[in-house]
Design a protein around this ligand. Structure first.
Ligand code: ADP
Ligand code: ZN
Ligand code: ZN
Length: 740
């Protein structure tokens, strides 16, 4: 008997090993093994078991099994193989992306001890007063209670309960505390939910598709506040009733504690959380518990799509347009939405892609009949869509004769008004730091990161310049221009820290909190800040795009967008889509309760069609404009795309390599076109120069993308003589979400 074993290394190969007799009855695909490789002992995963081996050389023996159970099931293994193939990643690397790095830890979660009355016991006269008090109390409850919850009855409930347990009057049960679940979940308020008719119709479609045991993808397009989350919960309940399991994907777990909290209160201990901040031990434990079938629902960010649940019946991808579902680096550069669809196919599950602003890809797929479309057009409970005011900042500065003010008069007035009414305010500014850049007013030179060629950002807290890409930090602020030696260098532009400063100057009595990548890095607990905002302990919440989605605060009645144009002019075909989605989503945070909301959008380009559609909150109009543009240029969703990038320290060498590839691309097949080679927008990152080639393939001539895959693989195959020097890196990104 022979086993094929895969390793987490940069090789596309698997290796054959002999299975010793004493392991033959235990070994199975999906188990990890210890084997010799070269002169080392390494861990690998069994990916196939065969009677014979075609390998001609010397075949070595497996030393031992690491697991006594499988850590992967068949469908998950098929998914890994697809992942490796589709995203052009070595099998071992794909497996590594899926499995926790160290499954062997001896981690034990903390436990909570519950106590329960055993039936049919008479109270003996010999028991003490405290024991009797506790016993009577427990008897009146008839449910398990955590021992901690008895501390109001006596000083040491644990000792009392132990004594009662010795007398066999109660039993003690140890229950593991699921790692991190409370840290990332809001205490949810229990409210009675009776689905509306629109919600019921949507739910009905999902449940009947689950009843049929067939793969079925949906696009749930529901305006913000239409009650999508309640639908997910009921659909999940149905899946569990059918003895199936559920994966709930969220763009970022620490920013969506409300959803985790709602699932937690609906499904209790059946829910596990899966995300990057779990400790290694917590991860391994959770993974193994999932393998053993202890959880029915897994909630998490993109990698939760690989949770080893069996019999998945429902996968929800919330805010499916979010670019955080795409793994940018390292390999495999997968998109969790696409993986969700593939997993749904393998598991015969219903897959719900949900959003108020679907991605162009999903919208296009719906138009082409690939997804069943469910549209929720109204907010729950008749909550009104907010009133939107657009402030033309150019006109504003002409009228006030001040250029570059952060706040318009209207925004200030409205903030004042809300503060006086004790209502809350959310402000968005999609750029962190203080004043993003240091610019010479004489020659225009901007202080750049020496490793990345990106403008350095000035940070007031600490007074330093920092590169937002590689974290290069410069503590000395230059006093004169490095290019023309002028002393006329000044801070220009506005980041969240500067907004915060101005805000506290203008409203000294308001309680203001800022949430952006900097405040996260400095260890501020996001969930706590959001909880505080929910509990009305904060007046103004200021943040970047990271707080634009998923939050539901009934008392937040004003949303201000400081600069609606941020990002609009980035050289990426998706930049306007992103700006639209951001404004629309941010506006959706306003007035989700009974009090109607207002939104103020400040812009320097009020006539730009993207800004116009976003301020009108007109999704269809914008999508039609956007699709037309994409079609004219044959950009996704009308084409498949592959980005081929070369990185290296020597620009001339990088150029040589990329041209070598380009030269192999003469006469591409019909429908395939090539852009570049060109320097990437961020042409130098962490000392590496970057050049890219983009290959597009018209979907009309290449329905499932197979033609494109065959083409780029043929171009990069060693047989046709393209070899990239070892010093350089070749990065292949299938359907990239960013060209920057
Ligand atoms: P979405 O996810 O579509 O933005 P939510 O699910 O967060 O919307 O719903 C918005 C608000 O309306 C939430 O506070 C939610 O609890 C409430 N809600 C939605 N549907 C119902 C319902 N059927 N009964 C009671 N409250 C509901
Ligand atoms: Zn840098
Ligand atoms: Zn200068």
């Amino acid at each position: 008997m022979f086993a094929e074993v895969s390793f987490p290394i940069s090789s596309y190969q698997t290796f054959s090993y002999k299975v010793p007799d004493h392991l033959a009855s235990k070994i199975a695909v999906g188990m990890r093994v210890k084997v010799p490789l070269g002169n080392r002992k390494v861990n690998g995963i069994v990916v196939g078991i065969n009677k014979s081996s075609s390998f001609k050389g010397k075949i070595r023996k497996i030393d031992d099994l690491i697991d006594d159970q499988r850590v992967l099931n068949d469908n998950l293994w098929s998914l890994i193989k697809w992942l490796a193939e589709y995203y052009n990643s070595p099998l071992g690397i794909a497996a590594k992306a899926v499995l926790p790095s160290n499954l062997s830890t001896k981690y034990k979660p903390k436990v909570e001890v519950l106590v329960k009355v055993l039936p049919g016991k008479e109270i003996k006269s010999s028991i003490g007063r405290a024991q009797k008090t506790v016993y009577d109390y427990l008897k009146s409850l008839e449910t398990d209670v955590p021992i901690k919850a008895l501390s109001h009855l006596c000083s040491s409930p644990i000792n009392i309960c132990k004594k009662l347990a010795e007398k066999e009057m109660v039993s003690l049960i140890e229950k593991p505390i699921i790692p991190d679940l409370s840290e990332f979940a809001f205490k949810s308020k229990n409210k009675k939910i009776i689905l509306t008719q629109a919600q019921n119709i949507a739910l009905e479609k999902m449940t009947s598709s689950m009843d049929k045991n067939k793969f079925n993808p949906f696009l749930l397009h529901g305006v913000t506040g239409s009650g999508k989350t309640e639908i997910y919960i009921e659909a999940a309940r149905h899946a569990i009733q059918l003895d199936k399991t559920v994966i709930m994907l969220l763009p970022e777990i620490s920013l969506t504690p409300q959803i985790a909290g709602r699932f937690r209160s609906a499904f209790g201990d059946d829910v596990a959380l899966w995300h990057s901040k779990l400790s290694q031990g917590g991860r391994a434990w959770t993974w193994k518990q999932i393998c053993e079938g202890k959880f029915k629902v897994v909630i998490g960010a993109r990698s939760a799509i690989f949770a080893p649940l069996k019999n998945v019946g429902l996968i929800v991808v919330d805010e499916e347009q979010e670019s955080s579902y795409k793994q940018e680096s390292p390999n495999p550069r997968y998109h969790a939405r696409d993986v969700a669809l593939m997993r749904g196919k393998l598991d015969n599950a219903s897959v719900i892609l949900a959003s108020a602003t679907p991605s162009m890809e999903s919208y296009y797929n719906y138009l082409n009949g690939k997804y069943e479309y469910i549209h929720l057009k109204e907010r729950f409970g008749g909550a009104k869509y907010p009133k939107v005011h657009v402030v033309d900042m150019i006109k504003e500065s002409a009228e006030t004769a001040v250029y570059g003010d952060i706040f318009s008069r209207l925004l200030l007035e409205k903030i004042e008004d809300r503060l006086s009414k004790k209502e809350q305010i959310i402000l968005f500014h999609n750029r962190r730091g203080f004043a993003p850049i240091l610019r010479c007013d004489d020659c225009g030179e901007v202080s750049m990161c020496p490793h990345c060629n990106i403008a350095l950002t000035y940070h007031r807290s600490g007074k330093y310049l920092q590169c937002h890409f590689c974290n290069h930090t410069q503590n000395m602020i230059p006093s004169k221009c490095t290019s023309c030696q002028s002393y006329n260098i000044n801070l220009s532009g506005t980041g969240t820290q500067k907004v915060e400063d101005e805000l506290s100057n203008k409203f000294p009595n308001a309680i203001i909190k800022r949430l952006d990548a900097d405040s996260v890095r400095s260890g501020i607990n996001l969930t706590k800040t959001l909880q505080d905002f929910s509990d009305k302990k904060i007046d103004i919440l200021l943040g970047t795009q990271m707080i634009a989605k998923g939050l539901d605060f009934a008392n937040a009645t004003l949303v201000g967008i400081i600069n609606g144009d941020t990002g609009l002019f980035l050289p990426d075909f998706r930049s306007s889509e992103k700006v639209f989605q951001l404004i629309y989503q941010a506006a959706g945070r306003a007035g989700r309760g009974e009090i109607p909301g207002e939104v103020i959008i400040q812009t320097y380009s009020p006539d730009n069609p993207v800004i116009k559609c976003a301020t009108e909150l007109n999704v269809e109009k914008y999508y039609n404009i956007c699709l037309e543009e994409r079609k004219a240029l044959m950009y996704p969703p009308f084409s498949w795309m592959v980005k081929i990038e070369i990185r290296g320290k020597n620009i001339k060498e990088v150029e040589k390599s990329i041209n070598k590839i380009k030269n192999k691309m003469v006469n591409p097949p019909k429908g395939i076109s090539i852009l570049g080679p060109a320097l990437c927008y961020r042409e130098k990152l962490r000392d590496y120069y970057r050049m890219q080639l983009i290959i597009k393939s018209n979907k009309e001539l290449d329905v499932n993308g197979a033609k494109l895959h065959k083409y780029y693989k043929s171009i990069l195959s060693k047989d046709i003589g393209v070899q990239i020097p070892l010093k350089q890196r070749l990065v292949i990104d299938i359907n990239p979400v960013s060209l920057l």
